[in-house]
Design a protein around this ligand. Structure first.
Ligand code: CA
Length: 237
């Protein structure tokens, strides 16, 4: 059967079946973000991005340099890892932190693995389970905080193990969803769309799937802005 989905668009209802509630990370997984290079789009002097990957959950944090949104923080894992989830410890406790988490293999194509942009949770420590192979970059996009707080993260922990690499056991079961992806292109330059996207199975395993994209008209990328491209994959049921 064919499954349709979109590029550049966040579809929260597609992701919700696969993001679980708070629980412990998988046994054996380590915090592979610890001490890795971290950057952000904005940071206050003394509260740089590296403070969010030092495993000090309460004494050091990253803070953006203004009260606007969105802001993002990104960590370079410096290698390929098979991920099982990520824990974010917010600085704004007792406030609603709304966010997404994206992962990338090449720093060009970003796959949304967590979408809490509509969250109403005030939990300060939030564990998010997801499975994705061969990931090298993780980005937290903080889309808003209620109550006038600035974007700030005490600590980001990314759980995983070094990538096993192919071959691996094929995923089993029914395709639950296709994860949306995002990428940037230059004005007037056709985007280089990925040949594969990530599909999630009913048991939460993920797999790459070949994708066929709809035709993009040059008018779409002739001006600044965001647009959505649909694609389809051949799936199993
Ligand atoms: Ca810290």
């Amino acid at each position: 059967m064919k499954k349709s989905f979109v590029l550049f668009m966040i579809l929260t209802f597609l992701i919700s079946p696969f993001t679980f509630g708070p629980s412990a990370q998988a046994a054996g997984d380590e915090n592979i973000a610890l001490g890795k290079p971290a950057i952000s789009d904005s940071e206050l002097a003394g509260y740089e991005a590296g403070n969010a990957v030092d495993a000090d959950e309460w004494n050091t944090h990253w803070t953006a340099n203004d009260g606007s949104f969105p802001h993002w923080l990104e960590v370079d894992l410096q290698g390929a890892y098979d991920l099982s989830g990520a824990t974010v410890i917010w600085n704004a406790w007792s406030y609603i932190n709304q966010y997404t988490i994206e992962v990338s293999r090449d720093h060009k194509v970003w796959t949304t693995v967590v979408d809490k942009s509509q969250s109403s949770s005030v939990e300060q420590t939030q564990y998010n389970a997801f499975k994705l192979r061969n990931v090298s970059y993780v980005r937290v996009n903080l889309t808003g905080i209620n109550g006038g707080k600035w974007a700030a993260i005490n600590d980001l922990k990314v759980w995983g193990v070094p990538a096993a690499g192919p071959p691996h056991e094929p995923a089993q079961g029914e395709i639950q969803t296709v994860l949306p992806v995002r990428l940037d292109t230059e004005i007037g330059q056709a985007p280089e769309l990925p040949s594969v996207v990530t599909v999630v199975y009913s048991n939460s395993d993920t797999e790459d799937a070949q994708v066929t994209w709809d035709v993009i008209l040059p008018a779409e990328y002739s001006r600044p802005g965001t647009f959505t491209v649909s694609g389809s994959i051949s799936g199993t049921v």
